[in-house]
Design a protein around this ligand. Structure first.
Ligand SMILES: Cc1cc2nc3c(=O)[nH]c(=O)nc-3n(C[C@H](O)[C@H](O)[C@H](O)COP(=O)(O)OP(=O)(O)OC[C@H]3O[C@@H](n4cnc5c(N)ncnc54)[C@H](O)[C@@H]3O)c2cc1C
Length: 339
């Protein structure tokens, strides 16, 4: 048995941010990662202005315009400053890892968890504190018997082997209720075009319809393109369970309105680390995140209920958010969510 003060499961943004914040202490910290390297998560790899605003690192490609579409419209909206940067997962996680002193073991999926230790195929590791930062299919969350139902979802897309030259978002209450369409970068060198929807399990019928939508909307033959899907978890049910903690997607901190998750992963990772260190700021961070999350869920439920006027208002704004009152509301909401 190998003994550590803190074992973190998952070397994504949540796990690495937690390990980085713990590096300021004398605690022994181990990060167990199932993949053989960083940056493999299926993700667009974009960060918003609120991600580590005081730190200097290469944030990547800045986005200052966005194509907004609905079932029947499509318009380009320009901004005077970037609302996102495509940094890429590998680059971002490498930056976080460069600031941690923790032991990081790659190719070591955690296969068993008990209240005293975690086990991989290679070894057993005892812990005083265990952090589940293992994403939307979290084994730690499963060990805690926490379901993930409201709100979880799937993104389905095809991948083009060239960088995205535009960022598109589609609000599609008629053809795909509770879904949004997207064209985004996939890290720095590829583009992903697809639709995200809610639901616990992957829906093959939905994937077929999404492919047809991609073909019609962008005149792309999807037949020869690689397709991918990935689950997101925005079903927050708590973060502290005795000496076991959840951060990032494992904790359901994903923002259901924007599916921005990197900011919430690093903030919850840091919050958990501070709580372990006994710093009262940790609990304050986690309380703020939980409160914000509950508001996001309320607004998501209102916005995606096609029977409610709130949903019609959003449809009206997004039909042409370029000027007038629609632009004012659009800007207010965008910078509130992302800035
Ligand atoms: C298609 C798509 C695009 C997205 N684009 C963006 C975006 O551009 N910007 C943004 O902010 N958010 C985006 N998100 C959300 C974002 O990807 C997640 O919210 C974020 O990755 C959560 O970070 P995390 O560290 O909690 O989990 P993850 O990034 O999922 O990291 C979890 C880590 O744990 C490891 N792991 C899992 N199980 C085990 C195990 N048993 N043992 C050991 N290791 C394990 C995994 O390999 C992984 O490295 C996107 C999501 C999707 C689905």
């Amino acid at each position: 048995m190998n003994n550590y003060d803190v074992v973190i499961v998952g070397a994504g943004p949540a796990g690495l941010a937690c390990a980085r914040a713990l590096s300021k202490s004398n605690l022994s910290v181990l990060v167990l990662e199932k993949n053989d390297r960083l940056g493999k998560k299926i993700c667009s790899g974009e960060i918003s202005p609120k991600v580590l605003p005081d730190e200097k690192f290469d944030r990547g490609h800045p986005w200052k315009s966005m194509v907004i579409g609905t079932d029947t419209t499509k318009h380009k909206v320009n901004f005077d400053r970037p609302y996102l940067w495509t940094i890429g997962r590998f680059e971002f996680e490498s930056y976080l890892m460069s600031k941690t002193k923790a032991d990081i073991h790659f190719s070591e999926p955690v296969i068993k968890i008990t209240r005293e230790y975690v086990q991989t195929e290679k070894a057993k590791y005892s812990y005083k504190y265990l952090v589940g930062a293992d994403g939307s299919f979290s084994k730690v969350r499963e060990f805690l018997s926490l379901p993930a139902k409201h709100i979880v979802g799937w993104a389905f897309h095809v991948v083009l082997n060239k960088p995205a030259n535009e960022f598109h978002l589609y609000w599609l209450p008629k053809s795909f209720p509770k879904c949004y369409g997207y064209v985004m970068s996939k890290n720095r060198n590829q583009t992903m075009i697809g639709v995200a929807t809610t639901g616990e399990r992957f829906d093959h019928g939905f994937a077929r319809r999404a492919k047809l939508w991609i073909q019609d909307q962008f005149s792309i033959d999807t037949g020869n393109l690689k397709s991918e899907s990935m689950k997101g978890n925005a079903d927050y049910k708590g973060w502290e369970f005795g000496n076991i903690f959840l951060a990032g997607d494992a904790g359901g901190f994903l923002n259901p309105l924007t599916t921005e998750g990197i900011y919430y992963a690093i903030t919850s990772g840091e919050g958990v680390a501070k709580a372990i260190l006994g710093d009262p700021k940790g609990r304050a961070i986690m309380k703020k995140l939980a409160d914000t999350h509950l508001w996001q869920v309320r607004i998501f439920d209102l916005a995606t209920n096609t029977k409610l006027p709130f949903c019609w208002i959003i449809n009206w704004i997004l039909q042409d958010p370029r000027k007038g009152i629609r632009r004012k509301i659009f800007d207010y909401v965008l910078w509130k969510l992302i800035g």
